[in-house]
Design a protein around this ligand. Structure first.
Ligand code: MOS
Length: 721
């Protein structure tokens, strides 16, 4: 990619970096002036509405469109017999190509109309008949058809083994052997998946196909959707100036991008708008697979781990493999001579799972960190001391030195601030009114990733510098932090830097995902700034321009690179109703240098809020008889609302990562969610003595509280009614 390395770049001096510069697009967003994908300007656009299969498996016998086509405003209907052809083998995205139905909710037709209302009404008038087949839609640990995938995401070994976990089991004084489950969860960004597509009219110039897409990576959409349509990269342009959140669900193109492109190709010169309804999000936008996790921790009499075993059963779809890396974080977390992890998949006739904030780490660390709490109880060692005791000197999986492992500092600092000292370890020892109060802690980790292959362009203007690359700002404030980084790399005030993102006609940029964006794009901008200064000096003429490439980072291969966090929760359980409420949350994080404390805090609070949702509320329920998610709206799929969220305290260690990139910063988008659910379950145990191993932690678990809890001795609730 490049012949320089990160280590060869000039030293990076943080001036704008580290300051809470206000989010640049904030005023446009809060005043409603920022156009999102569905609102891209157009004259007389067409509106699209999807028709979804009502069977989980089978083939479409016929699509009867007559009544829909007779409806005023409906102009066209495409199905598998009439849509333009695609080429490829992506079972999710090869839409409207064959009569095969692989899951309930799959797109079987699209209605095109002059208004959104007509399209929606038209879709309700389409009659689809099917030849139905038997389907399988239930995740079970004893499923005989479980299989071992070649790799787990993105390319980790499916299984790992060191030593002999059975021997650890035999030698151990204390063994925690338990099964933990996590439910299906759906990302549900505020802005649903949406696209505005236009195919060039005859005689026009410019790219054949233009998409205004709500995506985490414009170049990825060009590559994938263009590939399906047989377009060269220069024949397609994708823009994503504003994105209303993604949380992973917009990390890869989804069917709406393809369907809108197919309709646009059929109606050249017409602008086509398509958005998922909130209900459609639950079939078509991706989701977090449910998991069934067996964890065995074996420890000596002091709590030192001898063995760590983590076996995961989870789900993919028959139509496309998605193998979540649920047990991978466990490989790097604690020292133990005997360790084993594995992943097995059930390929069900269901919609395709995908990325959701900390995919793998979040459900996997729930299981591991609740198991650690159980071990703390079993050994009588304080949960923080137990983690400190099992700190590895080097990465247990690879043997590589950690670039910066400061989990212990996070735990210690968090314990101080939260007021951990003097905690009575006995469950059910604290009562306030009718509420049992408990506290819990969990560790968090997330890999520090930098994606290779980015480019950037810097151009001198009359009053400063224009920095351009095709990265997507999905609501995190990327254009603001990249301006700060560019300003410091160019050694100019941040006000002199303009950043332009979100367009595939700009230099190539990688996904806003894996908490890798700022590191990947920032590194590229720093290198491009150095090249710009070499080429044009410090007083460049307006128009002077340099395109630079991302430097390599050979030191990264010699280190294990992760962020860490210690997450603390205070939780109350009502002794009469069992209602659990989180009353305090604190996260202390090690994320390298913090580029913008205002935006960093926002990311971490967001992650912790989503973790609160995962801990207490979020659960998508699949009806295996029909194969679809029945809780397909925000009235039945509960996310944390204001009243659920207490004041959240966030803090980070003052530090600089010496390996990852010139800025010394690691990503923060995901780590905030990782330890929350475990900390909640652990606090619930401490409050009540009820060990919840299945998310979410709901009121029904606490209806049968033990009358022997110390704090209930004098409370009327100890008498069963
Ligand atoms: Mo994030 S789930 O990697 O977009």
């Amino acid at each position: 990619m490049s012949d320089t390395t990160v280590q060869e770049l000039p030293p990076f001096e943080a001036r704008a970096v580290g300051r809470g510069v206000a989010r640049r697009e904030g005023p446009l967003k809060v005043s409603g002036q920022a156009p999102y994908a569905f609102e891209a300007p157009a004259d007389e656009p067409l509106f699209l509405h999807l028709v979804q299969s009502t069977v989980a498996k089978g083939t479409v016998r016929a699509v009867d469109a007559a009544r829909a086509l007779a409806h005023p405003g409906v102009v066209d209907i495409l199905d598998h017999t009439s849509a333009p052809r695609l080429s490829g083998d992506d079972g999710e995205l090869m839409v409207l190509q064959t009569p095969d139905v692989a899951f309930r909710g799959q797109v079987v037709a699209v209605v095109v109309a002059e208004s959104a209302e007509a399209a929606r009404e038209g879709a309700s008038l389409v009659t689809v008949t099917y030849d139905e087949q038997e389907h399988r839609a239930q995740l079970r640990a004893d499923d005989l058809d479980l299989y071992k995938p070649e790799k787990v995401n993105p390319s980790f070994d499916t299984d790992s083994s060191d030593g002999d976990v059975d021997q650890a089991h035999r030698e151990a004084t204390h063994v925690v052997d338990a099964t933990y489950t996590t439910p299906y969860e759906h990302n549900n960004p505020l802005e649903p998946h949406a696209v505005t597509a236009r195919w060039r009219a005859d005689g026009e110039d410019g790219p054949l196909l233009t998409l205004d897409a709500s995506t985490q990576q414009v170049h990825g959409v060009v590559e994938t959707v263009g590939g399906l349509l047989g377009l060269e990269p220069e024949e397609m342009r994708v823009r994503s100036p504003y994105v209303g959140g993604g949380f992973g669900s917009k990390g890869m193109p989804k069917v709406h991008d393809v369907v809108a492109s197919l309709v646009a190709k059929t109606h050249p010169g017409r602008t086509c708008r398509l958005a998922f309804t909130r209900q459609q999000m639950f079939a078509l936008a991706g989701y977090r697979t449910a998991t069934i996790q067996h964890v065995v921790l074996a420890a000596d009499d002091t709590g030192r781990l001898l063995g760590i075993q983590h076996e995961v059963v989870e789900q993919t779809s028959a139509v496309k493999e998605f193998a979540e890396q649920t047990a991978v974080a466990t490989r790097h977390m604690y020292a133990a001579p005997h360790r084993a992890t594995s992943h097995r998949l059930a390929a069900l006739d269901v919609a395709v799972p995908s990325w959701m904030r900390a995919p793998g780490e979040m459900p996997g660390m729930f299981a591991l960190e609740v198991a650690m709490d159980e071990l703390a109880v079993a050994t009588g060692v304080d949960p923080i001391e137990l983690r400190v005791l099992n700190e590895p000197a080097a990465d247990p999986d690879t043997g590589l030195p950690f670039a910066q492992r400061r989990l212990v500092q996070c735990l210690r600092r968090g314990a101080d601030r939260f007021g951990w000292a003097g905690r009575d370890p006995r469950p059910g020892s604290r009562l306030e009114g009718d509420w049992l109060v408990g506290t819990g802690v969990a560790a968090a980790t997330y890999p520090a990733m930098t994606m290779p292959g980015n480019q950037a362009q810097i151009t001198a203007t009359d009053d400063g510098y224009l920095v351009q690359l095709g990265a997507a700002d999905i609501g995190t404030g990327s254009s603001t932090v990249l301006a700060q980084i560019a300003a410091d790399a160019l050694e100019v005030p941040v006000e002199e830097v303009t950043v332009e993102l979100g367009d595939s006609s700009l230099p190539k940029a990688t996904v806003a995902g894996g908490s890798s964006g700022t590191s990947s794009w920032g590194t590229t901008i720093v290198a491009t700034a150095a090249a710009f200064r070499d080429e044009h000096g410090t007083s460049p003429a307006a128009g002077a321009s340099t395109t630079g490439s991302q430097p390599e980072n050979p030191a990264a291969d010699e280190h294990a690179m992760f962020s860490y966090g210690a997450q603390f929760v205070e939780l109350r359980v009502n002794v009469w109703t069992g209602e659990p409420r989180v009353s305090r949350m604190l996260g202390v994080f090690s994320g390298g240098r913090i580029v913008n404390p205002v935006l960093a805090r926002s990311q971490l609070i967001g992650g912790m809020t989503m973790g609160l949702g995962a801990g207490l509320l979020e659960e998508s329920v699949r009806d295996p008889r029909f194969g679809h998610i029945v809780t397909q709206d925000l009235a039945s799929y509960h996310v944390a609302a204001h009243a659920d969220v207490p004041a959240i305290e966030v803090e980070w260690l003052d530090e600089v990562d010496g390996v990852i990139n010139p800025m010394g910063s690691r990503g923060l988008g995901e780590i905030g969610i990782v330890g929350m659910a475990a900390a909640i379950a652990n606090a619930a145990f401490h409050a009540t003595g009820v060990r919840v191993r299945d998310l979410p932690v709901t009121a029904d678990r606490f209806l049968d509280l033990s009358p022997d809890l110390p704090a209930l001795t004098d409370h009327p609730a100890r008498y069963p009614v």
